[in-house]
Design a protein around this ligand. Structure first.
Ligand code: ZN
Length: 444
């Protein structure tokens, strides 16, 4: 396989700007990080990928998204959670065909890739009986050129649209079929029992067991809204995480989504057991869920990744946006300007996400995947940057506008160049969205 050398103006290495550095890539992985001139001398036959004027940084990792929800953006905004759910999700998703699910995923993945995301975890639950819809999401990721972790949802609460629901044995069979089929490359599959309100204890245990069997993490929404906490206390006389621990599913394989309404003891329990958090600050604000106690998660050593959540509960799908949000939301909520700093936020949006997905991504290091974003060093939103470059990372987190995100590479392949999609035509993505929205409008 041919070696490719990425030669930007600078690389962000160990959170510092290093001018003249580049990265050599082979088979989608980083094989060397060094001064570009030395790389070119070491690999004289390598392909040269020049990124002039750009700083090469690790690609952002979106730890939690629901791709089909991109199609519901702008519908049922400014509503409480349950009203939002009934007026958007439950109303539209029964009308979505496989082609619509493909269109929604292609839309979500290309939009977020243009904003610097190189890996997305799609927490996908619109199965419509079987695995055809799941494979449509996988096809969309392949066509977009983004790295995908399909958190295949296991859902058996029958109050939801029928397309979400499977019985436990069907959910195990379908999830395991996909886990066995997609074992490497650009697509991985992991189990995702939906939540305590949408998955039975048997379903949650089944998801946990699949994760243990295949050595993956499993993802589950926990305590997003007070109603879930009240319901679990009423049914089990325990708070959500304590109950999950009582059924034996809290350990290092667990990644909880949201965790807004966990108490201090539950957060400590998660930390002690090695569990992780996928945090979606903008979505929590948009739906008026509340504010997760991030300082406590940090204090108890819980690893944190960031998620955009679905694009109809945010409504942006950018992880750089979430880096800024986690820091400023927590500061205003705790009245403590030191509680989350820009380095914490950047790590959550890169390597923290990689850890939650069990992938070697989010860092510019030999052996990690060659997933990069190229930032325009001279974009006004990145200024000022003095010779030592100390402002680069704080500006990336706090002031950068999307106009500064120029190039994106996934697995060593440049998928966005100068802000334009290279992997698929944007016109084609727009056509697919248009066709799907026409179908939905005509069939409501
Ligand atoms: Zn979610």
């Amino acid at each position: 396989m041919t070696v490719k050398i990425f030669k930007p103006e600078a690389c962000l290495l160990d959170e510092k700007l290093k001018y003249g550095y580049g990265i050599a890539v082979e088979n989608g992985e980083i094989i060397s990080v060094d001064e570009s001139s030395r790389l070119i001398a070491s690999y004289p036959n390598a392909l040269l990928e020049e990124w002039p004027g750009l700083v090469l940084i690790p690609g952002a990792v979106n730890t939690h998204n629901h791709s089909f929800q991109s199609l519901l953006r702008g519908i049922a905004v400014d509503r409480p959670f349950l009203e939002w759910r009934d007026e958007s999700l439950y109303k539209f998703s029964p009308k979505m065909r496989t082609v619509d699910i493909y269109a929604g995923a292609l839309f979500a993945f290309t939009e977020m890739m243009k904003s610097g995301v190189t890996t997305v975890c799609d927490f996908f639950y619109l199965h419509n009986e079987g695995i055809e819809s799941d494979e449509a999401v996988i096809q969309a990721a392949t066509d977009a050129g983004i790295r995908l972790v399909l958190a295949r949802t296991m859902y058996d609460w029958d109050g939801a649209p029928a397309g979400y629901v499977e019985d436990v044995s069907t959910a195990i069979f379908n999830t395991e079929t996909l886990m066995k089929k997609y074992t490497g490359g650009m697509v991985r599959v992991l189990p995702a029992p939906h939540s305590l309100h949408a998955a039975s204890p048997a379903m949650i245990k089944a998801g946990y067991n699949l994760a243990r069997k295949y050595g993956t993490t499993y993802h589950i929404h926990v305590a997003e809204e007070p109603f879930e906490v009240e319901q679990v206390i009423k049914e089990h006389k325990m708070t959500p995480l304590t109950y999950l621990d009582s059924i034996g599913v809290v350990d290092e394989s667990m990644v909880i989504i949201h965790g807004v309404w966990l108490n201090d003891l539950e957060i400590k329990l998660l930390g002690d057991k090695g569990g992780q958090l996928a945090y979606c600050p903008s979505s929590n604000m948009f739906l008026a869920d509340g504010v997760t106690n991030i300082p406590a998660f940090l204090k108890y050593g819980v690893s944190i990744g960031l998620g955009s959540d679905g694009a109809c509960s945010n409504n942006r799908i950018s992880i750089f946006e979430e880096m800024r949000m986690v820091s400023i939301l927590q500061k205003v909520h705790t009245l403590d300007a030191l509680c989350v700093n820009y380095k914490d936020a950047f790590r959550m949006g890169t390597i923290g996400g990689g850890k939650a997905l069990g992938l070697k991504i989010g860092k510019l290091e030999v052996g990690c995947k060659a997933d990069f974003t190229g930032i325009d060093l001279r974009n006004l939103s990145m200024q000022p940057i003095t010779a030592a470059g100390n402002q680069f990372l704080p500006n990336l987190v706090y002031s950068m506008q999307p106009t500064a995100i120029k190039n994106v590479a996934v697995n060593g392949r440049t998928t966005v160049r100068n802000g334009e999609l290279q992997s698929i035509s944007e016109k084609r993505v727009l056509e697919k969205i248009g066709q799907t929205m026409q179908h939905l409008e005509e069939n409501l």
